[in-house]
Design a protein around this ligand. Sequence first.
Ligand code: G2I
Length: 466
Amino acid sequence: MSRPKARPVKRIAFAVAGAGAIAACVSMVLATSATAATTLGASAAEKGRYFGAAVAANKLSDTAYTTILNREFNSVTPENEMKIDATEPNQNQFNYTNADRIVSHARSRGMQVRGHTLAWHSQQPGWMQNMSGSALRSAMLNHVTQVTTHFRGQVVAWDVVNEAFADGSSGARRDSNLQRTGNDWIEAAFRAARAADPNAKLCYNDYNTDDWTHAKTQAVYNMVRDFKSRGVPIDCVGLQSHFNSGSPYPSNYRTTLSNFAALGVDVQITELDIEGSGTTQANTYRNVVNDCLAVARCNGITVWGIRDTDSWRASGTPLLFDGSGNKKPAYEAVLSALNTGNPTTPPPTTPGNTTPPPTTPPPTTPPPGGAGCSATVSVNQWTGGFVATVRVTAGSSTLTGWTVSLTLPGGATITNAWNANRSGNSGAVSFTNVSYNGSVAAGQSTEFGFQANGTGSGLTPTCTAR
Ligand code: G2I
């Protein structure tokens, strides 16, 4: 069934009495605003946002598909082509053929690209599924580094880590081979991504994180707040937002969006689909769009496919176009919400330049006078680079500040450090505490880290109190 195009909401109208009238111009009304946008991307852009779709490389030869894609959307997420099994099918052999096709299709038409996804328990190639421990940690960091480096300058935002929390009421991390490499695997992935592409926005992405009251939502919120307080480089949170009767659109969705945004990160709706049909489905889509427009830092929406038949949940007809490419009522609802919405304008943000978190967890109790300290290091090495984690331990008295010195092997160069101020990036280098980790009680420890090119063998850190 073909539906008429959306009627412009406001337009410049010249109403003329009749074809035969000579000078009988009875009215001429100049509207106060320009013609309403007629595509999702253009309308979202007027609100300072993007409207994207998940795209499959093997559909780029389907002209019905690309006609809608090229007309309607100004952002693209490869649906499967940037996943770990697609980009690194054999260890250290990278294949970007299909991802590059999508990126070039999008960028040559002025669409932006969201990268999905760098570190995930699912869609791992066989070689990675069989790995564990420090070998897996290094392989994961290498993957993050290589893939973000390949797409540097082409991908505006990355889902660095995907779906790392468990469903249900535990609020715990999801068990996986990546999780078993240590709880810091997520922050390590973000640091590696920042080091390789400092200009991409780095997102944590998950599902069932839409309802503010759910344990999983709270767990992700707490992680993001912790990352912001410790300077872990995170710029955005992706809410996948796959809605159906088992996981319905929650009435507190706007609260969830605004609470995440208040942590000082962008919020993106990354995989939207809503099972259903007709007016009910259209109304839910409208609510989602209005919620995003109401939150300044909700800066874009991506639907997870174009036509219902393209969906991973095709039988639920969850998308904006039917299988023949016709606009559904849900499409009209989204376009009209985008056109008529009165949004809060998203502030311009650059990666790493986000507002601080609302709480400052570090303790402020002034400690007594300082004494000695010691330092140990653990290194995750991969071909061409490594991440070093340095543990500083106070001696018999409370530390009020510390300096750690070490000498890097020849050829090793630091690209990025966290939880410490760094002096030097090769040869003899030193690190001093930052404001929140200088105070360490007797016998207690704190950690900082750095990433470097080259080899991290034989590192011998020494610690002095200051
Ligand atoms: O499951 C829905 C989404 C949940 N969030 C993360 C997304 O990455 C995920 O997307 C889906 C894709 O829509 C599916 O297309 O992820 C699935 C698993 O990666 C994708 O399914 C896979 C099939 O499992 C494979 O058998 C198939 O070869 O799609 C592949 C390519 O068609």
